[in-house]
Design a protein. Structure first.
Length: 235
């Protein structure tokens, strides 16, 4: 007897130097209401190219969630194929294009990372920008994040870092599907004010600010993020 999976497909796009472990708790927590699949964004030479790769293997229609760097890929998917997105979630991300200064910073970072020596992943110096101050001594969380960045490695760092981020405002304004815009209260990389600006582009968007969380909200406050995404999937 043929059994059909009636759960809607949910494509999950990880962030810079992130993999499926970023979404571990959401994959488990939403398994009863969505068929979650994590895309591999580690191989490509542009955000447009990554969006094309995701679309090439995606079902005809799907829910789409993008975190940080993955949020830029999600916006490019919305630009290329808005009719295929049933609902969109943007987590701890931005819709602004890279400035010339930011492009120069990225080039400088790639030069530094390309120097001989061990790739160190998420260092202690970088952590305060990514997680809330209260979580800096959470050894299990810190180890999970560092292990994830080390799995991705130097080559993925350089590829993703070199990809130019484009302005997504026009693509977002055209969307009519349900949209969740979410970020951590203490996200210093893409702060709540930026997400308020992003949500204002889409009258149908729901803005959720997750308390006691920095940039890595799916890992820092997994229950709160899963709860918000469950509500979004039911909208």
């Amino acid at each position: 007897m043929l059994v059909t999976d009636l759960r809607p497909p949910l494509l999950l796009l990880p962030g810079f130097l992130c993999d499926e472990d970023l979404w571990r708790d959401q994959l488990t927590g939403l398994a009863d209401v969505a068929d979650g699949r994590v895309a591999d964004l580690g191989h490509g030479d542009s955000i447009a190219g990554l969006a094309g790769q995701v679309l090439a293997t995606a079902p005809p229609r799907f829910a789409l969630a993008g975190f940080s760097f993955g949020g830029y890929v999600a916006q490019e998917i919305a630009r290329q194929a808005p009719q295929r997105i049933e609902r969109l979630a943007l987590l701890d991300t931005s819709f602004h294009a890279d400035t010339p200064e930011r492009i120069a910073q990225r080039r400088g970072a790639n030069k530094s990372v390309s120097l001989p020596g061990e790739f160190r992943g998420m260092t202690e110096q970088l952590l305060p920008s990514f997680i809330a101050t209260d979580r800096l001594h959470d050894t299990a969380l810190v180890q999970r994040i560092n292990a994830m960045t080390l799995r991705q490695g130097r080559e993925v760092f350089m590829r993703q870092n070199a990809m130019r981020r484009e302005n997504g405002a026009a693509a977002l304004r055209r969307l009519t599907c349900p949209v969740l815009v979410l970020c951590g209260r203490h996200d210093v990389l893409t702060p709540p004010a930026l997400h308020e600006e992003m949500a204002a582009l889409m009258p149908q968007a729901e803005l959720v600010v997750v308390e006691d969380s920095g940039h890595m909200s799916p890992m820092e406050q997994p229950a709160a993020v899963t709860r918000a995404m469950r509500h979004w999937l039911a909208a």
